[in-house]
Design a binder for this molecule. Sequence first.
Ligand code: WT7
Length: 566
Amino acid sequence: MDIIRKNQALLKPNLLDYEKAYKQFSWEDAKNELSYFEDKTFNAAYNAIDRHTQTWRKNKIALYFESEKGERLSFTFYDLSILSNKAANVFRDLGLSRGKRAFIFLPRVPELFYAFLGIQKVGAIAGTLFSAFGPQALKDRLGDSNAEIVITNRALLPRVEKAKASLPNLKHIVVIDSPDFSKRMNKAKEVTHVAHMNWDEPAFMLYTSGTTGKPKGVVHRHGAILMEQLTAKWVLDLHDSDTYWCTADPGWVTGIAYEILGSWANGATTVVYEGRFDPAKWYEILQNYKITVWYTAPTAIRLLMAAGSDLVKKYNLSCLRHLCSVGEPLNPECVLWGQKVLGLPFHDNYWQTETGGIVIANYPSMDIKPGSMGKPVPGISAAILDDKGKKVSFGKEGNLAIKPGWPSQMKTIWRRPEKYKSYFQNGWYITGDRAWEDRWGYFWFVGRADDVIKTSGERVGPFEVESALMTHPAVVEAGVIGKPDPLRGEIIKAFVVLEKDVKPSEKLKKELAEYVKKQLAGHAYPREIDFIDKLPKTRSGKIMRRLLKAKELGLPEGDTSTLEEF
Ligand code: WT7
């Protein structure tokens, strides 16, 4: 197998000797990396932004923003400190207080970033909502969290309005491009009291999907920023001389941990591009902003590869020095494409909404085995366990597990303590992923242990898509699976049982796909639909998605002993 040997001539990596750092690491020592108030409390937003205003970084650019239309803005750490103070004051005026929930439903615009920080400064819990969400997805999340404030814009407002009738606890809808918000921001004081938070108090929450049920609210503590700061330093290798671009959306955890908290805690100059994926535009951003560190996802890399090498040759990407990828399996071909075309390999890393930060990674100072996720970050013990919770030997596949107790381990699942407990077994946190470890301590991803779908790196629960389909009048029931796809990792495929009097047609397939897109989310609709007479179910009535998948892929059906009689 090819091993990519690392040459460290250019810039000394922050993590010089992985093995040594791993052995010597202690969380107690690491806590000194944060800034505390005199009473030993702290605040994540203060650590991301305000503390830099006490140093030479005060006037350093924190955020370069480019809008979809090409408008460019820049913000220093001082600017973001003032803007988030003002936002905190505006939200306090609207009644927001410690522990209450305020959600942001915005595209990647500057207001998203300072609103997020402002909510944390109040001591409230900041939530984010991906801008592709439709009314049903909003209802599920805002309803479950009992959010009191939603921050949105005029373009997205109609979707919030649609969901509002079933959200009795929603008190204020703040529209950032309205005269009211400008007036409030202009009037707001530039100073604020930044809430003194304890380590364990909730800072932000995000909804994510599992196999069953509606999305669940993963809650993270203020202390999570320590993990995010350290991993941004070691894995993303952020230096003061870097210009960093994370292509993720803060509607998902990567955008929160590595576009707001962890990256800014390192004082990184960060680029945010509002627009959608487009190969030429992305190369332009990399070139024009002289990006040095780039954090992206396998689907984007595969789409760039598919766009061809003539396109990439048109751009000067010589400033790039470190490339990272996350979210879904990174094919060895992608790692090698980086090496060949950009002169740099992609460094895969692994984590989840629930882990709150990178837990397994390839580091700049460590040789890469293309196809492997790398080794556990210092402070993390990872293991491969069998179904009874016993460690298996090297090379054997099993359940990927992590020893609990790292700072960005989720604090709880909102209002579902039993769900939270179900993640743990025999003193381990079980990720829900299957993997194996080689003799040298590298971890290799195999697949999900459940029915969770990863499409273009985004996590989608089959139940949510099935439920959305079933609200359509033509549909009796539906079973949804992830179907392997060379570009997107997986695509969503639905098997639909129609009402007796409805005639199946191609037109109806399109209609159903559009319907889910609008109701649920732009990224969570089925790209393929088959009409079938009956869904395979267990005797207790659960859809056997495994069988749908086996049939689709022409694989053996495995154990069908629980299948109900047809
Ligand atoms: C799931 C978590 C990554 C943080 C944001 C997404 C899959 C993640 C990798 C990787 C193979 C990966 C896993 C995991 N995943 N990284 N490097 N290789 N699979 O977090 O939406 O909660 O998704 O993404 O299945 O459980 P998320």
